[in-house]
Write a protein that binds this ligand. Sequence first.
Ligand code: B3K
Ligand code: ZN
Length: 859
Amino acid sequence: PKTIYLKDYTPAPYLAKQVNLSFNLLPGKTIVTSEVKYVKNSAGASHDLVLDGEDQTILSVAKNGQPLSDYTVADGQMTIANPGDEFTLTIISEIDPAANTALEGLYQSQGTYCTQCEAEGFRRITYYQDRPDVLSVFTVRIEADAKAYPVLLSNGNLQDSGKLADGRHYTVWHDPFPKPCYLFALVAGDLERVADTFTTMTGRKVDLHIYVRSGDESQCSHAMESLKKSMKWDEEVYGREYQLELFNIVAVSDFNMGAMENTSLNIFNTALVLAHQETATDSDFMSVEGVIGHEYFHNWTGNRVTCRDWFQLSLKEGFTVFRDQEFSADLNSRAVLRIDDVNSLRRLQFPEDGSPLAHSVQPDQFIEISNFYTKTIYDKGAELIRMQHTLLGAETFRKATDLYFDRYDGHAVTCDDFVQCMADASGRDLSQFFRWYKQAGTPTLQVSSQYDAAQQSYTLTFRQSQPDTPGQTDKQSLHIPVALGLLDANGKEILPTHVLEVTAREQTFTFIDLPGKPVPSILRGFSAPVKLETDLSDDDLRLLQVHDTDGFNKWEAGQTLALRTIQRVMADSQADISQFIADVGILIEQGLAGRGDKALLARALSLPMIGVIGQYLPVIDPAAIDAARTSVLKQIKSAHKEALAALYDANRNTGSFSITPEAMGRRALQHAVLEILTTTNGTGCASRSKAHYDAADNMTDRVTALACLSDSGQPQRAEVFADFYARFKNYPLVVDKWFSLQAIANREQIFNDLAMLRSHPDFNIKNPNRVRSLYTAFAINNPVKFHDPSGKGYAFLRDAIIELNAINPQIAARMVMPLREWKRYTPALQAHMKAALQAVLDTPDLSSDVFEVVSKSLN
Ligand code: B3K
Ligand code: ZN
């Protein structure tokens, strides 16, 4: 496989002035006719037209209507030497969507034809310059059997439609806005339509349609509401209006990721559209809202302004994640969302940054671009945008984004161009800041403090360091915004949030006129994606946990205390942690008194997850972490059993179901409490969980009960899981949950369970959701058994990676992820993980996707 380098970028040799595509969907094959008007690009270096194409049979090629034979096809490319300054090229080819299990290009999901072209799937549809900087106006004609495929969709506006002979029909779609081919989409199927409208800020009416399989219509209202909220939010917060007459969303069951932002024809995984209280959890409702927003926001950040090349992926993804995070924060509880986002960054992106696959937000090289849809590009990328927002302030940031859209609407640009707009609008020099885009790895920020009683001054000293990562050593210091507040010894805020800018390797800040030693609240709202090390005492943290005005840091202080406690127990299983246990009692009392936000209290009562704890340890031993963590949980339970039971009772479900932040907070709190109460997995725990299940009127409560029963050896476990399956066996998204909740069980017979699930009639290796529900759930959310000392957990994953390599390389490569951090584990685990990776690498016919991640992991 070939490595592609950012430094080798050159403009496309030809521009595509106009693209006419025609699809004839026939049983067993699809005929694609592509007629493209090419013009020599004066900026292009070469005179050869080089088109990408894969997995298709060329039926004919013609230039300006005359048959052309003077071309070569090799290694997935068609080359036409010196075709002239302006000409029309017509290529007719045949593809086989029904045989496409990679789910890239044109494929079928339960009979429905759909496409996925980002990043390089368009080349599986027709020969074209498959690169994001070639923008063109597309007209698309689709022809199919009218009865089997009554719905025929593509991008833009419907221009024409009609009946044909033999029961066939056609539609013609025209998208007036030039776009790269990765945003092309086509759907043909027998789908039901849910319709609504949105009136834009200038009074234009836009039709909104969601297409789903018959029977799913009643599960679309949350997605539709979310779409309307997104459209409004983008107008209000960014001044961005939607430009077309129609916005379509289609939900399909077989999809490699969550969703895709094709212009005016978003294609979604059903998991991110369908939501109903009986079948979706609160977290599903939140994800639907967030992802509907995310894809909609791409309309401006990604589609109207697109990427010059795939090294700029974070230009659209980082920015769009930041936009969807802010959208959700505006609609829900800001602190809760920030806590959840940072938790996920630490659990999933920090490990990536510390692994052999660490890469920068604007990478320099890749083999397979599909492997770069990572937590780093998306979530760390979003943190980079957030830091610019913090440095500039909301108002100047908005001026900068206005400038960005003004300057680059209709263009394909780079991350450098984006940051330049930030610099131009603010008059600031952001060249040092840009290093965040180029340097991989999570920086460490150490802070020490000194109070001078005589001078009444307080000094904070910051030291930043950047770890070496593959191909990068001796990194330069970064421009780090540190949001800081100061509290006095009574917990009163004496300095409200103030942003310090740390730019040097070591830098001090002095605060004067302080009659007493303050307690600092550092990195409020997690203002930079760093590992923070402070010299705060346990008492300082306890003060922050109670009094900090910043919701995130209040939670963070408690998590740091919990982390310290777990580490103490890891070092000495008999360690005295009574202070921590007593502090938890205070939180429970607060809950009983009805003080504070329930969603925040739920998070405060949850110990850091094993994956997060591991990030703070030099060598990861999941079983040892779990033992210490469980011991702390048991001590909490035994000390506060009555109070916890009372808190559980006080938060019982009354009234009718709703998904307001308050209602979700109540359920989250009950869940956190039930988790502690059932931590000993005895008979009482099982009846408690079963009672929770029996009382449930919604999926959140059911899943909570199943999660609390999952590790149990009591008979209620089988009863409840069987009832759950019987009730929901016709809902594939719920059956996914049934698989996951068993795969995460930390219990002896897990490997038998996994084998049983793998051979269950509902398991389907070709459906990515089902694969994730078993394998990803196990490998990511069952750290103890995945890292079983026998190595059986790794072998289970290894076999699936090898099997999927031939079926769906993108999904296979994703599944390698949990193995790539092997160097962080104990020597015995390392050896097993390495052997699993080596076995994958030794597999014949390895896809370039899997080859890249496995070979780099082993480096
Ligand atoms: N842009 C798509 C992701 C495409 C992934 C291709 N392997 C969805 C999103 O980020 O919105
Ligand atoms: Zn995106």
